[in-house]
Design a protein around this ligand. Structure first.
Ligand SMILES: Nc1ncnc2c1ncn2[C@@H]1O[C@H](COP(=O)(O)OP(=O)(O)OP(=O)(O)O)[C@@H](O)[C@H]1O
Ligand SMILES: [Mg+2]
Length: 311
């Protein structure tokens, strides 16, 4: 079973594709078979961040039934162990995928034989984006220090978290219990997870414990990209604290990634930034965040990675 990391941001241009590509390269360099999937449907450009040529095959071929299986759309990249599925670039229909098509894609993704699968998601809190977050318990959220981006990332994390709670409530047939909790206290709803959980635990300690356990398996991380020297280095940590306070959701701050003019240059030259500027502050930041990510995932999956080799 692959580890699947959906990567999203509340706002366009925060660096989701850049981060997805860079983390993919770091995983591949560690020897992991890694697949990147561009699910920014209708605005796909992940390939440029990893120096891959314009893809000849894409997700559209699967959606439009040109190929029978999703793995037929996989293409190699210039980095050994790193593969990708390009998103649709010219197909407007794909941005409005039907539910069955999405479910089919999700089912196929989970079966692919890779160690890691990273999903580059579209900006915002659209149904498509949130649906793709439902495929795993992980989620990496990208923001910049600008208030417009931080406000949107809060909204996105909240939307994903509430949908996860609804999903768990459905799976375990907790609906009746949740309804009863709300009847007793009208504030005990999904949008007030702490209270809802307390009420369910009171009504049925065993099922309440199961629900709590299930929610504790969520592993969300926040990454602050395009961080400039004049920015407060603790904004990311503050956002995590606010989320914990208001949503009772623990989210790990993965660190700041410095802004670097050369990222633009690397994108223009279609070369991976980590190859072009391996000793830059930004590249060092990436390796530090990557190390934190592996430690976080190690804890949840009980797998020992060779973390010390990374730095
Ligand atoms: N750390 C950084 N330093 C400097 N520039 C950056 C950094 N990260 C990203 N950028 C720049 O920001 C732009 C947007 O990055 P990217 O395309 O990865 O964002 P995105 O969130 O995927 O955008 P979209 O929502 O359009 O898919 C790129 O042109 C890239 O050059
Ligand atoms: Mg993008």
């Amino acid at each position: 079973m692959p580890q699947i990391w959906p990567i999203g941001g509340g706002k366009g241009g925060t660096g989701k594709s850049f981060v997805t590509g860079s983390l993919g390269i770091l995983l591949a360099r560690e020897g992991y078979q890694t697949l990147l999937i561009d699910l920014d449907l209708g605005a796909a450009n992940l390939h440029t961040t990893i120096g891959a040529p314009n893809p000849e095959k894409s997700l559209s071929d699967f959606v439009n039934k040109k190929v029978a299986a999703l793995d037929e759309t996989i293409i190699p990249t210039p980095t050994p162990n790193l593969f990708m599925i390009s998103g649709a670039m010219n197909n407007l229909d794909i941005a409005n995928l039907a539910h069955e098509q999405k479910t089919k894609i999700l089912r196929e993704i989970a079966k692919l034989p890779y160690n890691y699968i990273l999903l580059d998601l579209g900006a915002g809190t659209s149904f498509n984006t949130i649906d793709f977050f439902m495929i795993s318990n992980s989620g990496i959220f990208i923001t910049t220090p600008e208030p417009t981006a931080t406000e949107n990332i809060y909204r996105l994390i909240r939307a994903v978290y509430f949908r996860k709670i609804r999903q768990v409530l459905n799976v375990y047939h907790f609906r009746a219990l949740a309804k009863e909790a709300e009847e007793r206290n009208s504030k005990a709803t999904v949008t007030n997870p702490d209270l809802l959980l307390d009420m369910i635990k009171e009504l049925d300690p065993e099922k309440g414990g199961m629900l709590e356990q299930e929610l504790n398996t969520l592993e969300f991380g926040l990454l602050m990209n395009q961080h400039r020297k004049q920015d407060n280095p603790d904004i990311g940590r503050f956002i995590c604290q606010i989320i914990e306070k208001h949503l009772a959701l623990k989210i790990q701050f993965l660190g700041n990634i410095a802004f670097d003019e050369n990222v633009h240059l690397a994108v223009c030259k279609k070369r991976p930034f980590l190859e072009m500027s391996p000793y830059s502050r930004t590249a060092i930041d990436f390796r530090e965040c990557f190390k934190k990510l592996l430690i976080m995932k190690d804890k949840s999956f009980g797998i020992r990675h060779a973390v010390d080799r990374v730095l």
